[in-house]
Design a protein around this ligand. Structure first.
Ligand code: SAH
Ligand code: SF4
Length: 403
């Protein structure tokens, strides 16, 4: 064999991983446990450790016999996401940057429903999760697609974002309020997830699939993850509390319509006529508005659920009022509500958000057409909340330190 070229330094190979335990359905586990001669109630105990106690190691699972733990460890991984960076403070929008086992970076964003007062914790939280590393769809305004697509997330890596944030929350004490005069009575110390005794409470009751990646391009893994996150033995998040956002992958919208679970659908529209939409979203060439609308109509007919049209406003690109009648017609036909979102500027891209007046006028004109409209000033504007931005920034910093 020729000697290795000393000039070329290859990264160390990523060790082959066993399949992750959270990629397994209860039916898969039942088969395995039966083959091992383990009683069925052990599966319930395992599921409880995985999804209620959010165990990060086999050793924590104290009520499982040692030999079963060894069998599990011999056949499955129990992966975890490594928190690389976090932006934002408790009870505001917080962004988490995770490193995966192969070094890939992904983001999740935690959004409290009501910013809590006086140092108490807000009790309702939405988590925005990623489904891919990068994105192949190349929407012109989006940071996630800037460096292309790297890979699909596995189901456990999607589920793991919820578990890791909940675990992090349970282990992190509440920061004291700035004004000591407003200090509430001391709250009991947070119980680390997995500690013996009481069941940890759930933090996340709303999920939006709006992080990095196109969820419908990782449909099989996404649905596997969502079934687990929805299940009473899993994440216990109601299907109607889970919204999948797509740039418009028509065949998968139809698949979702025909799925028995009632997941919600949001469409990243961003243009109400084909020329405007094609200009910023290449997918519109493959699935133009007529096809997208027909697929959405099928979804609405199947589910009897309202869908949401997301419309980010980009100055000079899609913010002209001549879009309004087209957008109103589409929304009316689909019985959809419209979320108008001022564009979040991305470093390195030329696009800008219009003035507040333009955003308000756009939303107001839509309302005047009888369309239910919200103008959502991005909550995380100050912490690069639009998907893909923190990852991009960190990758640039890592590259700079490595060179
Ligand atoms: N790929 C899916 C889901 C992830 S993107 C989709 O496109 O729907 C989630 C949402 O963030 C989409 O509506 C997307 O258009 C929007 N988005 C992307 N970059 C943005 C930015 N810089 N400012 C505001 N919204 C942005
Ligand atoms: Fe991908 Fe969605 Fe970003 Fe488009 S908007 S590049 S589909 S993540």
């Amino acid at each position: 064999m020729a000697p290795a070229d000393p000039e070329i330094s290859l990264p160390p190979p990523v060790a082959a991983r066993l399949p992750d335990i959270r990629n397994q359905t209860p039916a898969d586990l039942a088969q395995r446990f039966q083959a091992w001669g383990q009683p069925h109630y052990r599966i319930d105990q395992l599921l409880n450790w995985l999804y209620s106690r959010r165990a990060a190691s086999w050793e924590e699972m104290k009520n499982l016999p040692k030999d079963l733990r060894a069998q599990l460890a011999g056949d499955f991984s129990l992966g975890s996401l490594q928190l690389l960076r976090k932006q934002g403070s408790h009870d505001t929008t917080q962004k988490f940057l995770w490193r995966l086992h192969d070094g890939a970076l992904i983001e999740s964003v935690l959004i409290p429903a009501n910013p809590a007062l006086y140092g108490e914790r807000s009790d309702r939280h939405t988590l925005c999760v990623s489904t891919q590393v990068g994105c192949a769809y190349g929407c012109k305004f989006c940071a996630s697609g800037l460096e292309g697509w790297k890979r699909n997330l596995e189901p456990w890596e999607i589920i793991g974002q919820v578990l890791a944030v909940e675990r992090w929350h349970a282990e992190t004490p509440v920061a004291p309020p700035e004004d000591p005069g407003l200090t509430p009575p001391a709250s009991p110390a947070a119980t680390p997830a997995g500690a013996a005794g009481r069941e940890p409470t759930r933090l996340i009751n709303n999920l939006v699939i709006m992080g990095m990646g196109e969820p419908m391009a990782n449909y099989v893994h996404l649905m596997a993850a969502l079934r687990t996150l929805n299940a009473p033995w899993g994440g216990q998040i109601g299907a109607r509390k889970i919204t999948i956002s797509t740039s418009g992958v028509v065949p998968r919208i139809r698949d979702l319509a025909d799925d028995p679970l009632q997941f919600r659908l949001a469409i990243s529209l961003h243009g109400a006529t084909d020329p405007v939409r094609t200009q910023i979203m290449p997918i519109n060439r493959k699935y133009p508005l007529a096809e997208l609308t027909a697929a959405c109509e099928h979804y609405v007919a199947q589910k009897g659920q309202m869908i949401t049209l997301e419309y980010i406003l980009i100055a000079g690109i899609n913010d002209a009022l001549d879009q309004i009648p087209h957008l109103a017609r589409l929304a009316r036909r689909l019985h959809a509500k419209v979320n108008v979102i001022p564009y979040n500027q991305v470093e390195g891209l030329p696009w800008e958000r219009p003035s507040e007046t333009v955003c308000e006028q756009f939303a107001e004109e839509l309302r005047e057409c009888g369309i239910t409209t919200t103008l959502r000033m991005e909550k995380g504007h100050d912490i690069d909340a639009a998907c893909g931005q923190l990852r991009l920034k960190t990758e640039k910093e890592l590259a700079a330190t490595a060179s």
